[in-house]
Design a protein around this ligand. Structure first.
Ligand SMILES: Nc1ncnc2c1ncn2[C@@H]1O[C@H](COP(=O)(O)OP(=O)(O)O)[C@@H](O)[C@H]1O
Ligand SMILES: O=P(O)(O)OC[C@H](O)CO
Length: 501
């Protein structure tokens, strides 16, 4: 019999990828295509939804062609996506009515201030597990409706639809038959009650968003529908797994038990800890989010969202031009014995968790006449580890669970210096898996479980192999002293914009 595969769609912020996984959970083929980032004004970030669909369906076809796999060999499709990004389209034509407003977009900061002034902070935290921030979808949908008033009456009749990127892809794959999302994506909209598992009327009315435009919310591991033969290829393939990319990575890392945590070191970093079937409300500035829903119910996670980590390495490369390639940062960082007292706080887009300070800005402190570029490079890499430590402290406070190990993935986890320093600063082992495409793997696992391609979680766990474990080697006094320095440095970066004005 021909080999069967699960096909994962990884619809990221900068590119679309299609990845084939075989029954052993191994990566059997991949295709990727970047799409344009649109910056109409400072602080605004948009994508053309048609580009997202065109690149995503394009790479799916490419990967099958390149590796000689027929559509009927695909047992199921798993979708994972950049979260929060809002797409609004016309149900009748299937065409977007506005560009997708991306998670990084800050245009709704004013609307967020208004929600705070209206006293919505506690309600939103309690119901959605989120903080009021332009990061989430709700204010983006409100902005589109407010700025295109002709859409509102049609949105009220359900003729104008909203979806996160997963929903948009499902809609296109099924040619308009299915308008649905999964629990994990719904939990990032600012509109979804993570306790009652329903869209929340109070929040919808606070943002003036009609319920009729919202998708149906379904378990992350379930059959959403079948691809339309015209949209994809000769066969109808079940779409069987859907999750936001960070939750999918948690699943792909096999963090199925309470207390297990992962961090993805990409452009930013997203640390998620599985907290089991009970949501924990954060007292420290973390988010409570739905990890996934399966047949056995919904599981929750605590999340620390850090806006700039790998992007700080890009800054060294593209703006400071002190390295030629991200990989070179490791060589230069290890040319000096330590940071020489220097801290780099990469608050280029303000600070996310746990500070949520839109007014913080990038800062370098502690320089002396002896400081050289290697110290700055090293301090930049160290900042990735310190930001993760900030979040892990909060996770311990909120959950009462001390992190025993951290599973790493994402582009920057290839850097051994960062991994070792992370382990030293946390004082726990950091584990790098063999397959670092954990996001796509998580989506594949979810789809494979729903279609019976894999039997159960045990079957899946057998396929998560380790590449290397980084053990802590720094003594505790030194660790705490260095971390105290970081906390003082962060204080210097905070509220900078307000102070300047
Ligand atoms: N060897 C490395 N050392 C440090 N940073 C790296 C290294 N390789 C990649 N990166 C950083 O990782 C990021 C890319 O990771 P990736 O997981 O592809 O990100 P995303 O999915 O957010 O686009 C970039 O910001 C890059 O600077
Ligand atoms: O597309 P990524 O990997 O940058 O992830 C984006 C996150 O989902 C934003 O919350």
């Amino acid at each position: 019999m021909d080999t069967r595969y699960i096909l994962a769609f990884d619809a990221g912020t900068t590119s679309s990828r299609a990845i084939l996984f075989d029954h052993d959970g191994n990566l059997a083929g991949t295709a990727q295509q970047e799409f344009p980032q649109i910056y109409p004004k400072p602080g605004w970030v948009e994508h053309d939804p048609m580009e997202i669909w065109a690149t995503q369906s394009g790479v799916a076809r490419q990967v099958l062609e390149k590796f000689g796999v027929r559509p009927d060999q695909i047992a199921g499709i798993g979708i994972t996506n950049q979260r929060e990004t809002a797409v609004v389209w016309d149900k009748n034509t299937g065409k977007p009515v506005y560009n997708a407003i991306v998670w990084q977009d800050k245009r709704t900061a004013g609307l967020c201030e208004q929600l705070r002034r209206d006293g919505m902070t506690d309600t939103i935290r309690q119901k959605t597990g989120l903080v009021i921030d332009s990061y989430f979808s709700g204010t983006k949908i409100a902005w589109i409706l407010e700025n295109n008033p002709e859409l509102r009456p049609r949105a009220e009749k359900g003729e104008i639809l909203f979806g996160t990127v997963d929903t948009w892809l499902i809609w296109n794959l099924t040619r308009g038959k299915v308008h649905a999302t999964d629990y994990s994506n719904a939990s990032r909209t600012l509109l979804y009650n993570i306790h009652t598992l329903d869209w929340d009327d109070e929040l919808l009315s606070a943002l003036n968003i009609p319920r009729a435009m919202l998708p149906e919310v379904r378990p992350s591991s379930s059959i959403f529908g079948a691809t339309d033969v015209r949209s994809f290829g000769a066969a109808e393939i079940p779409i069987a797994g859907v999750a936001g990319d960070q939750q999918a990575a948690l699943f792909g890392q096999g963090c199925f038990q309470k207390g297990m945590a992962k961090n993805t070191y990409g452009t930013g970093s997203f640390i998620l800890m599985n907290t089991g079937s009970e949501p924990i409300t954060s007292q420290t500035g973390l988010l409570t989010t739905i990890a996934w829903g399966t047949d056995s119910g919904v599981e929750y996670a605590l999340e620390g969202s850090i806006f700039i980590t790998g992007a700080a390495v890009q800054w060294l490369r593209d703006e400071l031009k002190v390295i030629h390639d991200a990989r070179d940062s490791e060589y230069f960082a290890t040319k000096v014995a330590d940071n020489g007292g220097v801290y780099v706080i990469p608050a280029f887009a303000g600070l996310g968790a746990p500070y949520w300070d839109m007014y913080a800005r990038g800062t370098i402190v502690g320089m002396t006449r002896g400081t050289n570029m290697n110290h700055i490079i090293r301090a930049t890499l160290e900042s990735l580890a310190y930001q993760v430590r900030d979040v892990s402290e909060c996770m311990a406070t909120d959950s009462g669970i001390e992190m025993r190990e951290l599973k790493a993935d994402g582009g920057a986890c290839a850097n051994d210096f960062i991994m070792q320093y992370q382990s030293d600063i946390l004082g726990v082992p950091v584990i790098r898996p063999k397959v670092i495409e954990t996001t796509a793997r998580g989506a594949a696992f979810l789809a494979g479980l729903a279609t019976g391609f894999w039997k159960d979680l045990k079957d899946i766990q057998a396929h998560t192999e380790i590449d290397r474990v980084f053990e802590p080697s720094m003594d505790a006094d030194q660790r705490e002293e260095l971390y105290r320095g970081w906390r003082r440095a962060v204080d210097r970066s905070r509220g900078w914009i307000e102070q300047a004005e």
